[in-house]
Design a protein around this ligand. Structure first.
Ligand SMILES: CC(=O)[C@@H](O)[C@H](O)COP(=O)(O)O
Length: 265
């Protein structure tokens, strides 16, 4: 049997196919040139933007992110970073849709507190319901709770994005069994969002069967963001290939690498 070439293995989100399974954030870079260079090195196709913090045309006198990440090349994923209630998040998504001429794809995050930046799951569910009813394609940041992930899928979110660890912590995947449970039960893409620290974290997420990884701090905060972006691209690709190839089972005892049948003497 021939394995599909990696480029046949598209990530489908809201009816659109993407070759890249690495989604990147646009915050925390030194300047727009670095944002562009790192995003290119990551080979990201979907880039997320904090609508309340980033100029995508609201302030005509300030540098515009879209000058370095043009809409004909990237799929913009406006996000609701900084929102602490369903109401604020819904309002922010509507503002983004207005600014972007009816663009329906959105990343919902409703935060619970400023210390952990964990999602407020009650407010997240409420906002997701309203946004889906309002015609948005909602990619939703959530905790790594499998029951909640399923509820968000049932509501109609187009992708569910459980955290690996708190946003910006770089702690890597804290509960791989929860992620596995979420992935095994999902009918929509599962994209790990937040908490990745280095390339091996991204590879593990993909080896677990996640459909993609979204990250910002691990790239933007690295000593060499462009180099880290490239490392993340390769890690996501390697993890995906390893998942599709199927890992060998773990065994307690050794099994010789060379066959012992037909040994002389
Ligand atoms: C960029 C974004 O949308 C956030 O959810 C978050 O910033 C990602 O987390 P890390 O910064 O930990 O990668």
């Amino acid at each position: 049997m021939t394995s599909p070439a990696p480029h046949d293995d598209a990530l489908l989100i809201a009816g659109k196919a993407y070759r890249s399974r690495l989604l990147t954030g646009t915050g925390k870079f030194t300047d727009l040139d670095q944002t562009r260079a790192a995003t290119e090195a990551a080979a990201a196709e979907i880039v997320t933007v904090a609508i309340r913090r980033t100029n995508i045309g609201q302030n005509p006198d300030e540098p515009n992110l879209l000058d370095v990440l043009p809409l004909d090349r990237y799929t913009l994923l406006p996000n609701t970073a900084g929102c602490y209630s369903a109401e604020e998040a819904v309002r922010t998504c509507r503002l983004a849709r207005e600014l972007l001429d009816g663009h329906n794809l959105t990343k919902l995050e409703v935060l619970g507190d400023r210390k952990t930046l964990f999602p407020d799951v009650v407010q997240t569910l409420k906002a997701a319901e309203q946004l889906v009813a309002d015609g948005f394609d909602v990619m939703v940041y959530t905790s790594d709770d499998p029951i909640l992930a399923k509820r968000l899928e049932e509501i109609g979110c187009v992708a569910v994005m459980p955290l690996a660890a708190p946003i910006g912590s770089g702690l890597g995947i804290q509960n791989r069994y929860n992620l596995l449970e979420i992935v095994e039960n999902a009918k929509v893409p599962i994209i790990v969002d937040a908490g990745v620290g280095t390339a091996s974290d991204a590879a593990i997420a993909m080896e677990l069967g996640c459909d993609g990884v979204l990250m910002n701090t691990a790239i933007a905060g690295a000593k060499d963001p462009v180099r880290m972006a490239r490392a993340m691209k390769l890690a996501v690709q390697a993890g995906r290939d390893a998942f599709l190839a199927g890992r060998i089972p773990r065994k307690r005892y050794a099994s010789a690498s060379s066959p012992i049948d037909g040994l002389i003497g």
